[in-house]
Structure formats: C-alpha cells, structure tokens
Design a protein around this ligand. Structure first.
Ligand code: NI
Length: 174
C-alpha cells in the first residue's frame, strides 16, 4: 500500500475524547496505518501522533523525538506504561490537534513502556526526558485525554474557543 498523509483532526472533536480499542492482530491495515502516521507526523512536522488524531480509534502511536541526528521512527501498538518515576518533569507541550497552543504540563520524568512492534515482537523500554513526556502524551490520546485536560478550566476553555474559531475559519476557507 502506498504511503498516505492523513488529515489530522483538530480539537474539539468527539473522536479525540473517546478511548481507543486494542489492536487484536497485526494486519496489513495496521502496518499501513503505522507507516502513514509516521509520514503524517514528519510532514506536520511533529514528534508524536496517535491514531485517533487521524480518526482511527485503535491503540497505535508513533514517535520520533530526535531533533538532530538520524531519525528514530517508532511505531508502538497497544502501548502501556508499566512503571512511572516519582520524579516529575515539566515540559511545554503542544499537540498537532491543537495547533500553535502550548502550555506547561507536569508528568513523571521517566516511564517504562511495553508495546507490540510492527515486527510482531513485544518490546519494553525506559523513556526519559522529552521521550518520556511524548510517550505519555500520546498514550493519553488513546484514552481520550488531551494535554489541555491538565490545565485549569479557564485556560482550557480559552484554548478550546481558539480552536473552534480556527475550525470555522478553515471551514470557510480563510
Ligand atoms: Ni497530541
């Protein structure tokens, strides 16, 4: 199947608020989804993307947090956090579904994650720094959670209103 850049849903959208279903088998469709999601993420550009952001309600995320140096594309199927550090880290987060909005979010500084790879193997790995923030942000998407859900209600409403305006403008072709 040829690679395809898929349209990214913009918040607010009910599909971004719903929990996703686990992937039960590695099929050609799941492989194509993973590859398309990487292509879509690099094109955006971004460092992470979750399947519901392209309207597919399956537990699949992609990431590459390398800024300088050779790319490290990762496709994580059914990822789950099996350990979180007590230490926390604050990063200014953004999201491809909430363009040009950024806010500080505090999360565990390091996590251990297990997942199924496109190679059919179970992987597990410790993530720290930006990778740890990114993998937690993307797994949150699979549970219908956005980074703005960590903010106070006023800030969240302000961002949501900006996104509603952006969507209206895009719909009118401005
Ligand atoms: Ni996001």
């Amino acid at each position: 199947m040829p690679l395809m850049i898929r349209p990214i849903l913009i918040h607010p959208d009910p599909r971004l608020k719903k929990p996703c279903e686990p992937v039960s088998a590695l099929t050609p469709e799941i492989e194509a989804l993973g590859r398309d999601m990487l292509e879509t993420m690099y094109d955006a550009p971004g460092i992470g993307l979750a399947a519901p952001q392209v309207g597919v309600m399956k537990r699949v995320i992609v990431m590459d947090c390398i800024k300088d140096g050779p790319p490290e594309p990762m496709v994580l199927i059914n990822p789950s956090v099996t350990w979180s550090s007590e230490d926390q880290n604050t990063y200014e987060e953004g999201c491809l579904s909430i363009p040009e909005q950024y806010a500080d979010v505090k999360r565990p500084a390091a996590v251990k994650v297990t997942w199924l790879g496109l190679d059919g193997e179970i992987h597990d790995r410790d993530f720290a720094g930006l990778w740890a923030t990114c993998v937690q942000h993307e797994i949150d998407h699979l549970d219908g959670k956005l980074f703005i859900d960590y903010l106070g209600p006023l800030k969240r409403q302000m961002i949501t209103r900006k996104m509603e305006k952006l969507k209206r403008e895009r719909a009118r072709g401005i």
